[in-house]
Design a binder for this molecule. Structure first.
Ligand SMILES: *[C@@H]1O[C@H](CO)[C@@H](O)[C@H](O)[C@H]1NC(C)=O
Length: 221
């Protein structure tokens, strides 16, 4: 992200693994819930039926074969490149106001992807080594160590989607970049969700899903 707003580069990569735990369910077909995949490019395993215009079904080309049992199998990958800021799940603003040799730095976050629950959000802002920031918000969880001011927020979700704090610290407007953001979340940013798992006779197989989002790199420059 650019400090004055806008997206310089965005890349999302996803993959879907299947694990069949019951040999009786190995010949299963999965169907994805309908979603807007306009910005999403899918890549399928060559042994699977190619997605067409209709519902996205994950099924082996050869009906007489089944999924391996008790073994993870990667069946689908996807990627999304966009210049559309609204795909960024959490926007973070770092706004330094220089004041003598110091700056008053206003920091704010806002959850854009309201269907996600972000855990352990860490906003990591460079500061001069040894600088002692004075923080306005007494309840904020923060540390100042090894040249970084780190603000940690345990949970960001639709019930608590935004927050802000201010700190005063040595440094000019350029000191506080690049800021790094990290978090973990459950859910899918691209909107990939398995809606059903059906056996050859059309009956539903029991299905559970685990969806994990991790941040490889999120930088505000
Ligand atoms: C389908 O799989 C079966 C069992 O592995 C195999 O015998 C058969 O040759 C396969 N058919 C095709 C068209 O590949």
């Amino acid at each position: 992200m650019l400090r004055d707003g806008g997206l310089e580069n965005y890349e999302l990569k996803g993959d879907l693994d299947i694990r069949v735990n019951d040999a009786d369910c190995s010949k299963v077909k999965l169907e994805l819930a309908p979603a807007d995949f306009a910005d999403v490019q899918f890549k399928q395993h060559p042994k699977f039926v190619k997605f067409g215009a209709g519902p996205k079904v994950i099924a082996l080309k050869n009906d007489s074969q089944g999924f391996p049992v008790n073994q993870n199998l990667g069946v689908l990958k996807w990627r999304m490149n966009t210049k559309d800021e609204s795909h960024v799940p959490l926007t973070v603003t770092v706004w330094p106001q220089p004041n003598g040799g110091q700056s008053d730095v206003a920091v704010e976050y806002e959850l854009e992807a309201q269907h996600l629950t972000l855990k352990n959000v860490v906003i990591s802002i460079p500061i001069p080594p040894g600088a002692l920031p004075v923080v306005s918000d007494e309840d904020a969880q923060w540390t100042a160590d090894r040249g970084f001011f780190q603000w940690t927020i345990d949970t960001v979700d639709a019930d608590a989607p935004s927050g802000s704090l201010e700190f005063r610290c040595d440094g000019d407007a350029d000191t506080f970049f690049p800021t790094n953001v990290g978090f973990a979340a459950s859910g899918s940013l691209a909107g990939v969700d398995v809606q059903s798992a059906r056996l050859a006779d059309g009956s539903e197989a029991p299905l559970s899903q685990e969806k994990i989002i991790t941040v490889d790199k999120y930088e505000i420059v």
